[in-house]
Design a protein around this ligand. Structure first.
Ligand SMILES: Cc1cc2nc3c(=O)[nH]c(=O)nc-3n(C[C@H](O)[C@H](O)[C@H](O)COP(=O)(O)OP(=O)(O)OC[C@H]3O[C@@H](n4cnc5c(N)ncnc54)[C@H](O)[C@@H]3O)c2cc1C
Length: 358
C-alpha cells in the first residue's frame, strides 16, 4: 500500500488516522501544536456525526465525556420563552475531550507534534518539514483547518471573506449551573437581531457558553482577558440573570474568539497527490454545526475509496463527487441561518434550530 502523510491532528486528521488504522493502512501525522495544547471550545454534534464517531470510538467512553441535549429553548434576551423544540440525539462535547478520544488509538510513533508542515515553494506539490526535509509520501492528506496554508499555496487565486458574524466561546467549571440547566440547550436572543447567547451543559460540572455578534454592530477582537470580560459584561450585563451570572463566573484566559472566514468559492478537493479534508477542503460557518460531522464523513469516504480504488486520482475524484454537493448544501443553509440571525427577532422564522440539515 502507498505511504500516506496526514497534515494536522484536529478532528479530520485524527478521524482519518482512525479509519486508516481500521484498514491497516500505514500513515504518519504531523501536527503543529503541542500534544496537550488544546483550545477551550466545544462542539454540538448531530446524530449523523455520532454514528460516524461510534465506528472509531467506544460509544460508552464517548457518552461519558459529553452530554446529550434533550430540548432547545429560544428565549428573548430577558428570558421570555419564544420557542421550544425537542432534540433528537444532539450531543455536546468539549474539543479537548473529543481530540483526546480520537488520539487514544494512534500510537506515539505515528504522530509528530510541534511540526509545522509547509508547502515547498520550489517544487510544487511537495511538502516539507520545518527543518527543510521533504516529506516522503505517495499521498498527502491535508487537514490543517480552515485557514490552510497548503490550500492557499496550491490555489493561488483563493479569496477568503470575513463573515458578518464573530463568536466568543468559553467553557467554565461550575457544578451548580451545570445541574440547574440539565439537558437544556438555551439560547437567548436580542430583539433587534445580531446578538445571541447560548448555554449548554457539557458534563456534570462544566458548561459551554457562546455568544454571537453581528460584527457590523459589535466589535469583538482578540484582546486581554480583562478587556474581554469588561466588554462581555457591558453588552450582556442587563440580559437574563443566568447570562450575567455565567459571565461574572467565567475565566477569560481560555476564551476562544472566533473571527469567521469563508471561501468565496470552493476549490477542487484535490490536486496531484494532495487531497483536502475537513475545514481545509471546505470551511463551514458556525451556524451549520456540521464541521465535525463533515470532517468525519470526509475521512470515512476518502478511506473507503482509497481502499476500493487502485488509482489514486480515481479515488480522489470519487471522494470529491460524493462530498461536494452535501457541503454546498451546508454552505447554503449556513448562509440562510446567518441571514436569519442578522434580522430583528420579529422577522425571523419561528423555531429555528441552529444546525444545518441536508
Ligand atoms: C469556536 C468554535 C466552535 C465550533 N463549534 C462547532 C460545533 O458546535 N459543531 C461542529 O460540528 N463544528 C464546530 N466548529 C467547527 C469545527 O471546529 C471544525 O469544523 C472542525 O474542527 C474541523 O476539523 P479539522 O480537523 O478540519 O480542522 P481543525 O480542527 O482546525 O484542525 C486543524 C489542525 O491542523 C493543525 N495545523 C494547522 N496548520 C498546520 C501545519 N501547517 N502543519 C501541521 N499542522 C497544522 C492545527 O494545529 C489543528 O490541530 C466550531 C469551531 C470553532 C472555532
Amino acid at each position: 500500500m502507498k505511504k500516506i502523510a496526514v497534515v494536522g491532528a484536529g478532528i479530520s486528521g485524527l478521524s482519518m488516522a482512525n479509519y486508516l488504522e481500521k484498514y491497516k493502512i500505514d500513515y504518519h501525522i504531523y501536527e503543529r501544536r503541542k500534544k496537550k495544547d488544546m483550545a477551550g471550545h466545544g462542539f454540538l454534534i448531530p446524530k449523523e456525526g455520532l454514528d460516524y464517531l461510534y465506528q472509531i470510538i467506544d460509544s460508552h467512553l464517548l457518552h461519558k465525556k459529553g452530554n446529550f441535549l434533550k430540548k432547545y429553548t429560544q428565549y428573548s434576551h430577558t428570558g421570555k420563552i419564544l420557542a421550544e423544540k425537542e432534540l433528537d440525539h444532539v450531543f455536546a462535547i468539549s474539543r479537548h475531550a473529543l481530540i483526546e478520544l480520537l488520539a487514544q488509538n494512534i500510537s506515539q510513533e505515528k504522530i509528530t507534534y510541534e511540526e509545522t508542515v509547509i508547502p515547498d515553494e520550489l517544487q510544487n506539490g511537495l511538502l516539507k518539514l520545518s527543518n527543510g526535509t521533504i516529506i516522503d509520501a505517495d499521498i498527502a492528506i491535508i487537514s490543517d483547518g480552515s485557514r490552510s496554508r497548503i490550500r492557499k499555496q496550491l490555489f493561488a487565486e483563493e479569496t477568503m471573506n470575513l463573515v458578518r458574524e464573530s463568536e466568543v466561546v468559553n467553557i467554565i467549571q461550575n457544578k451548580d449551573i451545570a445541574q440547574a440547566i440539565e439537558n437544556d440547550f438555551m439560547k437567548f436572543h436580542h430583539e433587534e437581531g445580531g446578538l445571541t447567547f447560548g448555554i449548554l451543559k457539557l458534563s456534570e460540572d462544566s458548561i459551554l457558553w457562546y455568544s454571537q455578534f453581528d460584527n457590523q454592530k459589535f466589535s469583538v477582537q482578540e484582546c486581554s482577558a480583562g478587556n474581554l470580560r469588561k466588554y462581555m459584561l457591558e453588552v450582556f450585563g442587563s440580559w437574563h440573570p443566568l447570562v450575567s451570572e455565567i459571565l461574572m463566573k467565567s475565566d477569560y484566559q481560555n476564551v476562544h474568539v472566533w473571527s469567521v472566514y469563508e471561501l468565496e468559492k470552493l476549490h477542487p478537493f484535490y490536486k496531484t497527490n494532495i487531497v483536502f479534508i475537513g475545514d481545509a477542503a471546505h470551511p463551514l460557518i458556525p451556524f451549520t454545526s456540521q464541521g465535525v460531522t463533515s470532517a468525519l464523513k470526509d475521512a470515512f469516504i476518502l478511506t473507503k475509496y482509497l481502499v476500493e480504488e487502485k488509482n489514486i486520482q480515481q479515488a480522489f475524484s470519487k471522494y470529491e463527487t460524493e462530498r461536494k454537493p452535501e457541503i454546498e448544501t451546508h454552505i447554503h443553509n449556513g448562509r440562510a441561518l446567518l441571514n436569519q440571525f442578522l434580522l430583528p427577532l420579529s422577522q425571523q422564522t419561528e423555531n429555528i434550530i441552529p444546525i444545518s440539515y441536508k
